[in-house]
Design a protein around this ligand. Sequence first.
Ligand code: PBG
Length: 323
Amino acid sequence: MQFPTTRMRRMRRTETLRGLVRETELSPGRLIQPAFVVAGEGVREEIESMPGIERFSISELVAEATEIAAAGVAAILLFGVPASKDETGSGAYDEEGVVQMAVRALKEAHPELTVITDVCLCEYTSHGHCGFVRDGEVDNDLTLELLAKTAISHAEAGADAVAPSDMMDGRVGTIRHQLDEEGHARTPIVAYSAKYASAFYGPFRDAASSTPEFGDRRGYQMDPANAAEAVREAQLDLDEGADMLMVKPAIPYLDVVRRVKEETGAPLAAYHVSGEYSMLKAAAANGWIDERPAVLETLTSIRRAGADAIVTYYAKEAAEWLR
Ligand code: PBG
């Protein structure tokens, strides 16, 4: 039946009618707030390239988590910025490391807030790469042990899930196996399966001081031109025991979000990364876009593409808007 019998506008006439047929729902329970934790006392440091995002020392982070939880945000994703870095990134698996201590403090103060930890070495290594460097290259297999140690130390501290973001081959399997051996069979792995070598991580690297000292990450992160490869990565992670997958960044890779969801059917997150956040903030600050509807439209598009959950620096703000 064609026009004039069919009129698509009929169901768009009122907000109630539109609401009845809305295909995609965006709610705070789908959002994950990334947070940077630093050593020290009473520290709140603004990140110049990420307006509205700060690095927190532990007590400040616990205070911030009160607001995040009150907004209904599902979870917090923790990144550590240690006081000192070394060749092997030992701060990453230190029982008294910033993330381990922050997890204990958060779980004690807010048992209801889910705490996920980023498992990677780049914030902890002096060279800024995501693994153990040998002869000028990141050595995959030597890195696996360090990642597993990191994940176990997070689980022991009480993390509700661990999220490896390093892109080494075999890391999900190694982490799963060692978590199980150490009595953490219940701890899920959220795998950054398709993490691209993206130009949109710039502000994050300022925030975490994790810019590689030499070279770049293209030897382990994915080529932005590839999508079929993302499906293979996702499949491998599932075979190795991943509980949830992730695609990162989000907006330039919505086709990948869709393909990974359709081809695996697995729980999927998308990471709306620092550069994506900063672009919206900058345009809004200049009055070039209306921030709130632009952000909600952006986040809705990520859900519509097929993501179950969204990691975004806008989580707390968006959750407050959605209430
Ligand atoms: C570390 C890591 C990065 C991000 C998340 N985990 C940086 C990188 O790979 O350089 C980027 C997140 C963002 O830009 O918001 N492995």
